[in-house]
Ligand binder design. Structure first.
Ligand SMILES: Cc1cc2nc3c(=O)[nH]c(=O)nc-3n(C[C@H](O)[C@H](O)[C@H](O)COP(=O)(O)O)c2cc1C
Length: 213
Protein backbone atom coordinates (compact mmCIF):
# COMPACT_ATOMS: atom_id res chain seq x y z
CA UNK A 1 0.00 0.00 0.00
CA UNK A 2 1.45 3.42 -0.93
CA UNK A 3 1.72 6.29 1.52
CA UNK A 4 -1.00 8.14 -0.33
CA UNK A 5 -3.62 5.36 -0.30
CA UNK A 6 -6.69 6.30 1.73
CA UNK A 7 -6.77 4.75 5.19
CA UNK A 8 -9.73 2.44 5.41
CA UNK A 9 -11.90 3.33 8.37
CA UNK A 10 -12.97 0.36 10.46
CA UNK A 11 -16.73 0.23 10.33
CA UNK A 12 -18.15 -1.95 13.09
CA UNK A 13 -21.66 -1.40 11.79
CA UNK A 14 -21.09 -3.18 8.50
CA UNK A 15 -18.84 -6.06 9.39
CA UNK A 16 -15.50 -4.32 9.97
CA UNK A 17 -14.27 -4.40 13.55
CA UNK A 18 -17.64 -4.99 15.16
CA UNK A 19 -15.90 -5.57 18.50
CA UNK A 20 -15.50 -1.77 18.71
CA UNK A 21 -19.28 -1.34 19.12
CA UNK A 22 -20.19 0.62 22.25
CA UNK A 23 -23.73 -0.73 22.70
CA UNK A 24 -25.63 -3.73 21.31
CA UNK A 25 -28.80 -2.47 19.61
CA UNK A 26 -27.27 -0.53 16.73
CA UNK A 27 -24.95 -3.42 15.98
CA UNK A 28 -27.87 -5.87 16.13
CA UNK A 29 -29.90 -3.66 13.78
CA UNK A 30 -26.99 -3.46 11.33
CA UNK A 31 -26.38 -7.22 11.34
CA UNK A 32 -30.11 -7.94 10.93
CA UNK A 33 -30.38 -5.48 8.07
CA UNK A 34 -27.41 -7.07 6.34
CA UNK A 35 -28.85 -10.57 6.94
CA UNK A 36 -32.18 -9.52 5.43
CA UNK A 37 -30.26 -8.84 2.20
CA UNK A 38 -28.11 -12.00 2.22
CA UNK A 39 -30.21 -14.77 3.82
CA UNK A 40 -32.39 -16.70 1.35
CA UNK A 41 -35.38 -16.35 3.70
CA UNK A 42 -36.50 -15.45 7.22
CA UNK A 43 -33.52 -13.42 8.43
CA UNK A 44 -35.76 -12.68 11.44
CA UNK A 45 -35.99 -16.39 12.40
CA UNK A 46 -34.54 -17.18 15.80
CA UNK A 47 -34.24 -20.24 17.99
CA UNK A 48 -36.13 -19.61 21.21
CA UNK A 49 -35.39 -21.61 24.35
CA UNK A 50 -37.77 -21.79 27.29
CA UNK A 51 -37.74 -24.12 30.27
CA UNK A 52 -40.15 -25.88 32.55
CA UNK A 53 -40.05 -24.75 36.17
CA UNK A 54 -37.94 -27.85 36.91
CA UNK A 55 -35.34 -26.66 34.39
CA UNK A 56 -35.90 -29.01 31.40
CA UNK A 57 -35.42 -26.76 28.34
CA UNK A 58 -37.25 -26.73 24.97
CA UNK A 59 -36.10 -24.96 21.86
CA UNK A 60 -37.91 -24.10 18.64
CA UNK A 61 -37.79 -21.49 15.88
CA UNK A 62 -39.99 -18.39 15.95
CA UNK A 63 -40.05 -15.20 13.92
CA UNK A 64 -39.00 -11.96 15.58
CA UNK A 65 -41.71 -9.41 14.80
CA UNK A 66 -40.09 -6.34 16.28
CA UNK A 67 -37.28 -5.10 18.44
CA UNK A 68 -36.18 -1.89 20.07
CA UNK A 69 -34.28 -0.92 23.20
CA UNK A 70 -36.95 -2.64 25.30
CA UNK A 71 -36.27 -6.05 23.77
CA UNK A 72 -37.26 -8.58 21.11
CA UNK A 73 -40.89 -9.47 20.34
CA UNK A 74 -42.46 -12.64 18.93
CA UNK A 75 -46.04 -13.90 18.78
CA UNK A 76 -47.53 -17.27 19.58
CA UNK A 77 -50.33 -19.32 21.06
CA UNK A 78 -50.32 -18.80 24.82
CA UNK A 79 -51.48 -22.39 25.38
CA UNK A 80 -48.61 -23.91 23.37
CA UNK A 81 -45.68 -25.49 25.19
CA UNK A 82 -43.67 -22.27 24.96
CA UNK A 83 -46.69 -20.22 26.06
CA UNK A 84 -47.24 -22.42 29.09
CA UNK A 85 -43.55 -22.50 29.97
CA UNK A 86 -43.26 -18.73 29.76
CA UNK A 87 -46.40 -18.44 31.88
CA UNK A 88 -44.75 -20.29 34.75
CA UNK A 89 -41.08 -19.46 34.10
CA UNK A 90 -40.94 -16.06 32.35
CA UNK A 91 -37.36 -16.11 31.10
CA UNK A 92 -35.89 -17.21 27.79
CA UNK A 93 -32.84 -17.42 25.60
CA UNK A 94 -32.73 -16.84 21.85
CA UNK A 95 -30.28 -17.30 19.05
CA UNK A 96 -30.07 -15.88 15.53
CA UNK A 97 -27.72 -17.72 13.20
CA UNK A 98 -27.16 -16.02 9.87
CA UNK A 99 -25.38 -18.70 7.84
CA UNK A 100 -24.72 -16.47 4.84
CA UNK A 101 -22.74 -14.09 7.07
CA UNK A 102 -21.27 -16.66 9.48
CA UNK A 103 -22.68 -14.66 12.38
CA UNK A 104 -24.58 -15.49 15.52
CA UNK A 105 -26.37 -13.30 18.07
CA UNK A 106 -27.51 -14.72 21.41
CA UNK A 107 -29.68 -13.03 24.01
CA UNK A 108 -31.21 -14.07 27.29
CA UNK A 109 -33.22 -12.52 30.04
CA UNK A 110 -36.67 -12.12 31.53
CA UNK A 111 -39.78 -12.19 29.35
CA UNK A 112 -42.87 -10.02 29.63
CA UNK A 113 -46.19 -10.08 27.75
CA UNK A 114 -46.60 -7.34 25.14
CA UNK A 115 -49.35 -4.79 25.76
CA UNK A 116 -52.83 -5.80 24.55
CA UNK A 117 -52.90 -2.91 22.09
CA UNK A 118 -49.52 -3.89 20.63
CA UNK A 119 -50.72 -7.49 20.11
CA UNK A 120 -54.00 -6.24 18.58
CA UNK A 121 -52.13 -4.02 16.12
CA UNK A 122 -49.81 -6.81 15.03
CA UNK A 123 -52.67 -9.34 14.75
CA UNK A 124 -54.64 -6.91 12.58
CA UNK A 125 -51.66 -6.66 10.20
CA UNK A 126 -51.57 -10.43 9.55
CA UNK A 127 -53.05 -12.13 6.49
CA UNK A 128 -56.69 -13.12 7.03
CA UNK A 129 -55.95 -16.84 6.73
CA UNK A 130 -53.21 -16.53 9.35
CA UNK A 131 -55.74 -14.84 11.63
CA UNK A 132 -58.19 -17.71 11.05
CA UNK A 133 -55.37 -20.18 11.69
CA UNK A 134 -54.69 -18.57 15.07
CA UNK A 135 -58.31 -19.38 16.03
CA UNK A 136 -58.31 -22.88 14.52
CA UNK A 137 -54.97 -24.18 15.84
CA UNK A 138 -54.68 -25.55 19.36
CA UNK A 139 -50.94 -25.20 18.97
CA UNK A 140 -48.92 -28.08 20.49
CA UNK A 141 -52.04 -30.10 21.49
CA UNK A 142 -52.55 -33.56 19.92
CA UNK A 143 -54.41 -33.43 16.57
CA UNK A 144 -56.40 -36.49 15.47
CA UNK A 145 -56.20 -35.82 11.74
CA UNK A 146 -55.50 -33.07 9.20
CA UNK A 147 -59.22 -33.22 8.43
CA UNK A 148 -60.09 -32.18 11.99
CA UNK A 149 -57.88 -29.10 11.57
CA UNK A 150 -59.40 -28.26 8.18
CA UNK A 151 -62.88 -28.50 9.70
CA UNK A 152 -61.84 -26.05 12.42
CA UNK A 153 -60.48 -23.69 9.74
CA UNK A 154 -63.78 -23.93 7.81
CA UNK A 155 -65.74 -23.25 11.00
CA UNK A 156 -63.81 -20.09 11.89
CA UNK A 157 -63.77 -18.92 8.27
CA UNK A 158 -67.59 -19.06 8.37
CA UNK A 159 -67.78 -17.46 11.83
CA UNK A 160 -65.65 -14.49 10.78
CA UNK A 161 -66.87 -14.24 7.19
CA UNK A 162 -67.81 -10.59 7.66
CA UNK A 163 -65.69 -7.84 9.16
CA UNK A 164 -62.36 -7.93 10.94
CA UNK A 165 -61.16 -11.12 12.62
CA UNK A 166 -60.66 -10.40 16.34
CA UNK A 167 -57.48 -11.52 18.08
CA UNK A 168 -58.06 -14.78 19.95
CA UNK A 169 -57.64 -14.50 23.73
CA UNK A 170 -55.11 -17.37 23.57
CA UNK A 171 -52.86 -15.62 21.04
CA UNK A 172 -50.45 -12.80 21.87
CA UNK A 173 -46.83 -11.73 22.01
CA UNK A 174 -43.90 -11.82 24.39
CA UNK A 175 -40.98 -9.46 24.74
CA UNK A 176 -37.61 -10.91 25.75
CA UNK A 177 -35.81 -8.22 27.73
CA UNK A 178 -32.17 -9.21 27.37
CA UNK A 179 -29.69 -8.84 30.19
CA UNK A 180 -27.01 -10.38 27.96
CA UNK A 181 -26.46 -9.98 24.22
CA UNK A 182 -23.57 -11.76 22.57
CA UNK A 183 -22.24 -11.21 19.05
CA UNK A 184 -20.18 -13.91 17.36
CA UNK A 185 -18.46 -13.72 14.01
CA UNK A 186 -16.65 -16.54 12.30
CA UNK A 187 -12.94 -16.13 11.71
CA UNK A 188 -10.43 -18.47 10.09
CA UNK A 189 -9.21 -21.53 12.00
CA UNK A 190 -12.02 -21.16 14.55
CA UNK A 191 -10.33 -18.10 16.03
CA UNK A 192 -13.69 -16.37 16.12
CA UNK A 193 -14.50 -12.94 17.54
CA UNK A 194 -17.01 -12.73 20.38
CA UNK A 195 -18.22 -9.80 22.43
CA UNK A 196 -20.85 -9.86 25.13
CA UNK A 197 -22.87 -6.94 26.45
CA UNK A 198 -24.33 -7.49 29.91
CA UNK A 199 -26.31 -5.39 32.36
CA UNK A 200 -27.64 -6.10 35.83
CA UNK A 201 -31.18 -4.95 35.09
CA UNK A 202 -33.19 -3.38 32.24
CA UNK A 203 -32.38 0.31 31.91
CA UNK A 204 -28.88 -0.01 33.38
CA UNK A 205 -25.71 0.59 31.39
CA UNK A 206 -24.25 -2.20 29.26
CA UNK A 207 -20.82 -3.61 30.15
CA UNK A 208 -18.87 -5.04 27.22
CA UNK A 209 -16.58 -8.05 27.54
CA UNK A 210 -14.57 -9.80 24.86
CA UNK A 211 -14.77 -13.59 25.16
CA UNK A 212 -12.44 -16.38 24.05
CA UNK A 213 -13.91 -18.22 21.08
C1 LIG B 1 -38.76 -20.53 10.60
C2 LIG B 1 -39.86 -20.82 11.58
C3 LIG B 1 -40.58 -19.78 12.15
C4 LIG B 1 -41.57 -20.01 13.09
N1 LIG B 1 -42.21 -18.96 13.66
C5 LIG B 1 -43.11 -19.17 14.66
C6 LIG B 1 -43.67 -18.07 15.36
O1 LIG B 1 -43.36 -16.88 15.11
N2 LIG B 1 -44.56 -18.34 16.35
C7 LIG B 1 -44.92 -19.64 16.67
O2 LIG B 1 -45.75 -19.82 17.57
N3 LIG B 1 -44.39 -20.69 16.04
C8 LIG B 1 -43.48 -20.49 15.03
N4 LIG B 1 -42.91 -21.57 14.39
C9 LIG B 1 -43.30 -22.93 14.82
C10 LIG B 1 -42.50 -23.31 16.08
O3 LIG B 1 -41.16 -23.63 15.74
C11 LIG B 1 -43.13 -24.49 16.86
O4 LIG B 1 -43.30 -25.60 16.02
C12 LIG B 1 -44.49 -24.13 17.46
O5 LIG B 1 -44.56 -22.79 17.88
C13 LIG B 1 -44.82 -25.02 18.64
O6 LIG B 1 -43.78 -24.91 19.60
P1 LIG B 1 -44.00 -25.30 21.15
O7 LIG B 1 -44.77 -26.62 21.16
O8 LIG B 1 -42.64 -25.47 21.73
O9 LIG B 1 -44.78 -24.20 21.79
C14 LIG B 1 -41.91 -21.34 13.44
C15 LIG B 1 -41.19 -22.40 12.86
C16 LIG B 1 -40.18 -22.15 11.96
C17 LIG B 1 -39.40 -23.31 11.38
Amino acid sequence: MSDTAPIEQPNWLTGGDFTAAGEPWRLFAAWLEEASRTEPNDANAMALATAEPGGLPSVRMVLMKGFDERGVVFYTNLESRKGRELGTNPQAALNFHWKSLARQVRMRGPVEPVAEGEADAYFASRARLSQIGAWASKQSAPLDSRLAFEKAIALYTARYAIGAVPRPPHWSGFRIVPLEIEFWHDRAFRLHDRIEFARAAPGEAWRKTRLYP
